[in-house]
Design a protein around this ligand. Structure first.
Ligand SMILES: *[C@@H]1O[C@H](CO)[C@@H](O)[C@H](O)[C@H]1NC(C)=O
Ligand SMILES: *[C@@H]1O[C@H](CO)[C@@H](O)[C@H](O)[C@H]1NC(C)=O
Ligand SMILES: *[C@@H]1O[C@H](CO)[C@@H](O)[C@H](O)[C@H]1NC(C)=O
Ligand SMILES: *[C@@H]1O[C@H](CO)[C@@H](O)[C@H](O)[C@H]1NC(C)=O
Length: 605
């Protein structure tokens, strides 16, 4: 039997068409009884709902979560309907993966922002074709995107400009706070197209030419009031370009800019070998009261640039709290600090100055050597509140780690706040690390998190490690240090009292069965333990039983136990283990080749 459409559904269908194609939403629509209005809202595509919300006739009235009761002209809470939920659903249907990663406060805003980003990316792709001529604003948005939104071909094609990029920028631009622009979009035309946006965050990719920088500067000036985050990725920035960009943000050197995050990443500075920083960058740094994060990662920076940057920040007593110089080539950048900056006559910088608010310093992957650590130790006295230092991937060797020890000494000029130290893959040996670990108890509980992963330390380090675990350290990463069965065995023998450990990473240590026995000893001793990574340890299948028995007994706070990277068959009992070991509805165990089971997607039922 053919189902007969009800009169109501026929009417709703007609209304829907009218809302999408009509010139205006007819005011009586808003006067529909709540049930009908709700039903109408439910059948509209994003574009329709947007129009319905956007063209609400009475000023101050909102549809948000309410239905309108025309008799009392008061808004009544919709029983089971909420417009934000509708936008969330639209978002999930269109970008399921992205929806899992974001939790916006306003789903409509997120929807149109992401939509506009899609449109801009499509336009950039088309504009990149060498034969492209004409205005970017006239680029036709692909039909697949229009279908998502619910913009369908208009019966009268000649007046149909809804398919053009310019229409989408005009209509939905006001929702965009964060956009990524490809170089080809850095033009004066784009700044015109994006004038409705209230940009807070802008990411520029592959900007390289003078023309693009000129276009970008227009955009920056236009949005300088709202922008709080600016990132450059894969760009090439000559001093002139940097000056122009900074100038666009700091008008006449008078106005203070409101940027909080500034990042130049995987880019190049063709003139970074010269002695001083581009003057624009200096005035940019000095006029940013709120600039709290500064990242120059992977730009092939040399020591000259790094040194000039550091001394400039110091000289300004900058308020920056995060400084990232990772993956450059800055060995020697602090050589002036060897005897302390004060003793060096040609340096007027840094006297009595400090980076009071600096909390995080990332120097990973910079070819730093032991001399650099020595100098750094002096420089660190000018960062009295540094909490997090990453020196990983630098060949600092044992002497490097040893020269950090005095820094933690109470007698040292400034009392260190350093709580987190990463020294991964630093060509350290058992000797240097053992010395350091033995000294930790004298740091009086300041060091909370330490990583010495990926240094070949061998089983001998176990003695010092056990001592370190017995301090107030909370997170320890000893992945890939070659503990082996002997190392784990020694740890088992040496662990006695209660531990404060919260996280430990012992993966890639080839511990075999001893790894499991170590864990059975660890669980009851460390009641606060929440995260353990014991993957890739050559454990045979029986270990799983041993570990699970220990878990049942301990019943601690464990949230994650990574046992992946073992050649255990994915057996039927894995499913029952997953079901047994749950915390807050999530699996505790990460088992081999069961990645599909590992991270259950916590969706609404
Ligand atoms: C550099 O930019 C890329 C792309 O935006 C990003 O994935 C990466 O995390 C950035 N790296 C740093 C150190 O900010
Ligand atoms: C750092 O912040 C303080 C307090 O907000 C302000 O007075 C000072 O000018 C700032 N320093 C810089 C270099 O912006
Ligand atoms: C080591 O384990 C910790 C958690 O226990 C985790 O945060 C970290 O990412 C792990 N290291 C690597 C390289 O995966
Ligand atoms: C555990 O360590 C392995 C090896 O480095 C890594 O691949 C895995 O992501 C880590 N697990 C967690 C949960 O961080």
């Amino acid at each position: 039997m053919v189902e007969v459409a009800s009169l109501v559904s026929l009417c709703l269908d007609a209304l829907k068409k009218e809302i999408i194609h009509g010139h205006d939403v007819l005011p009586p629509v808003y006067l529909l009884p709540p049930e009908l209005l709700d039903a109408l809202i439910r059948c509209l595509p994003p574009f329709g709902l947007w129009r319905l919300q956007n063209e609400l006739p009475v000023e101050g009235q909102q549809l948000e979560g309410y239905s309108i009761d025309h008799l009392t002209n008061k808004r009544k809470r919709g029983r089971d309907w909420n417009i934000d939920a509708a936008w969330q659903l639209f978002f999930k249907l269109r970008w399921p993966d992205l929806a899992k990663q974001t939790q916006p406060t306003d789903w409509q805003q997120a929807y149109w922002e992401t939509h506009l980003q899609n449109c801009l990316d499509e336009a950039a792709e088309m504009a990149l074709v060498p034969s492209f001529k004409g205005c970017i604003g006239d680029v036709q948005i692909p039909e697949a995107i229009l279908n998502h939104v619910g913009i369908f071909g208009h019966p009268d094609h000649s007046s149909f400009d809804h398919a053009k990029l310019s229409y989408h920028c005009q209509q939905f631009g006001c929702h965009a706070r964060c956009l990524t622009l490809q170089n080809i979009l850095c033009t004066a035309e784009t700044s015109n197209l994006l004038r409705e946006c209230k940009l807070q965050k802008l990411i520029l990719r592959c900007t390289r030419s003078k023309e693009q920088i000129d276009g970008l500067c227009k955009l920056l000036t236009q949005h300088s009031k709202t922008l709080s985050s600016l990132e450059f990725v894969h760009c090439s920035l000559s001093s002139d370009f940097v000056n122009a960009i900074c100038g666009a943000l700091v008008l006449n050197g008078v106005q203070r800019h409101g940027l909080q995050h500034f990042s130049i990443n995987s880019s190049s500075f063709p003139e970074s070998g010269t002695i001083s920083l581009p003057s624009g960058l200096v005035s940019f740094l000095s006029s940013g009261r709120s600039l709290c994060s500064l990242k120059f990662s992977d730009n092939n920076l040399g020591r000259t640039f790094a040194r000039a940057l550091f001394l400039t920040l110091l000289d300004l007593s900058s308020n920056t709290s995060i400084l990232d110089l990772s993956d450059n080539h800055i060995a020697g950048w602090l050589s002036d600090f060897k005897r302390g900056p004060l003793s060096d006559s040609h340096l007027s910088f840094g006297i009595g100055k400090s980076l009071q608010l600096l909390r995080v310093l990332n120097l990973r992957g910079n070819h730093l050597r032991k001399d650099d650590v020595e100098s750094l130790r002096y420089a660190l006295t000018q960062m009295p509140n540094l909490e997090d230092l990453d020196l990983s991937e630098n060949p600092i060797e044992d002497e490097g780690i040893m020269s950090l020890i005095p820094f933690f000494d109470k007698a040292y000029e400034s009392c260190s706040s350093l709580a987190k130290l990463r020294l991964e893959n630093c060509e350290l040996s058992c000797d240097g690390v053992s010395h350091f670990l033995h000294a930790i108890p004298t740091f009086e509980g300041r060091l909370k998190s330490l990583s010495v992963a990926d240094n070949f330390l061998g089983s001998e380090v176990a003695g010092a490690l056990a001592k370190c675990m017995d301090t107030s350290i909370k997170a320890l990463n000893v992945e890939g240090i070659g503990l082996g069965p002997t190392g784990f065995k020694r740890l088992q023998d040496l662990m006695k009292g209660e531990l404060e450990l919260v996280k430990i990473n012992i993966s890639k240590n080839r511990g075999g069965i001893e790894t499991a026995i170590f864990l059975t000893k660890l669980f009851p001793l460390a009641p606060q333990l929440t995260e353990v990574n014991a993957s890739l340890n050559l454990m045979p299948r029986e270990c799983l039983t041993t570990i699970c028995d220990a878990l049942r007994l301990a019943r601690g706070n464990l949230e994650h136990l990574d046992l992946s990277g073992h050649s255990w068959e994915c057996e039927p009992d894995h499913a029952s283990l997953h079901a047994e070991f749950l915390r807050n509805g999530k699996n505790i165990l990460i088992l081999p080749s069961s990645s599909a089971l590992v991270a259950p997607y916590d969706d609404d039922p």
